[in-house]
Ligand binder design. Structure first.
Ligand code: OAD
Length: 243
């Protein structure tokens, strides 16, 4: 762990597993969301076009649920790393905002955010925060500018990642000296390529996951276990090594 403690720029790359202990289900486990729901219906533009009420009400329900949960010790440990390492960038596939709520100050959201909306027709470039009347309603909303449906500002399958966020994430992946990979199955591209970019440039890779993943093969170290248990211990070890 000395190489992690000595890092000048650490990227923490996270997936659904980091929020599992906050009570948010992951996607691909036996109990995961994609075991019960068809991602082609709930997570594609085509699904939203075909069944907008169904998809909209699911995101409204998820957004309410995510508002009810709190960051867990893994999110707090990641935020704490900012006190120990000169630069820490969190690159997350999660849309739940829990890293920011735990105190991480530099967070790149690769797959968007559940608390922002945008026009389904894409009439204006910038996504907007949730306007208060929409927070409570399961009714479909319409864009005030062009009348098209309003959709959550998340990335669906068959869609590109937000270009500026992706460029920043790829940029930090190729320049960081260490990467901590937490709670991701590492199968969804292009996000899953970020650890490969970092490894290619010689960064030290540490994975935290209860299970082996396709990224285990390129990680220098895998710490098997739950993020909420492993990460606080890891932070304490880094603190001890630096004192
Ligand atoms: P997955 O559901 O694919 O993977 C979750 C990972 O977390 C698995 O490798 C689990 O072993 C691990 N895990 C479970 N509990 C954990 C815990 N307590 N601590 C640490 N790890 C744990 O989720 P993602 O990799 O995030 O995209 O999925 C990537 C993308 O696929 C998501 O962002 C989403 C999904 O479809 C979109 O919706 C665009």
């Amino acid at each position: 762990m000395g190489l992690l403690a000595a890092a000048r720029h650490l990227v923490v790359f996270t997936g659904a597993g980091v929020s599992r202990e906050s009570g948010i289900p992951t996607f691909r486990d036996a109990e995961g969301m994609w075991a019960k729901l068809d991602p082609l219906v709930y997570a594609t533009p085509q699904g939203f076009r075909r069944e907008p009420e169904l998809v909209w009400s699911w995101y409204q329900w998820r957004r309410r649920k995510m508002g009810e949960v709190a960051p867990n010790p893994a999110h707090y440990a990641i935020a704490e790393l900012e006190r120990l390492i000169p630069r820490v960038t969190v690159v997350t596939q999660n849309i739940d905002g829990l890293h920011q709520r735990a105190g991480s100050s530099d967070v790149l959201e690769l797959h968007g955010s559940i608390v922002r909306f945008k026009c389904f027709a894409g009439c204006r470039g910038d996504p907007t925060p949730v306007p208060p009347p929409l927070l409570e309603s399961d009714e479909l909303a319409h864009c005030p500018h062009c009348g098209a449906l309003v959709r959550p500002d998340v990335v669906w399958f068959n869609e590109r990642l937000p270009a500026a966020v992706w460029e920043m994430a790829a940029g930090v992946a190729v320049t960081c000296d260490a990467m901590l990979i937490v709670g991701t199955s590492g199968v969804v591209e292009p996000a899953a390529s970020l650890p490969k970019y970092a490894a290619h440039q010689g960064a030290f890779l540490v994975e935290v996951n209860p299970e082996e993943t396709p990224l285990t093969a390129i990680a220098d170290v895998t710490l098997y276990g739950r993020a909420g248990e492993v990460l606080p211990r890891l932070v304490e070890r880094i603190r001890a090594l630096k004192s």
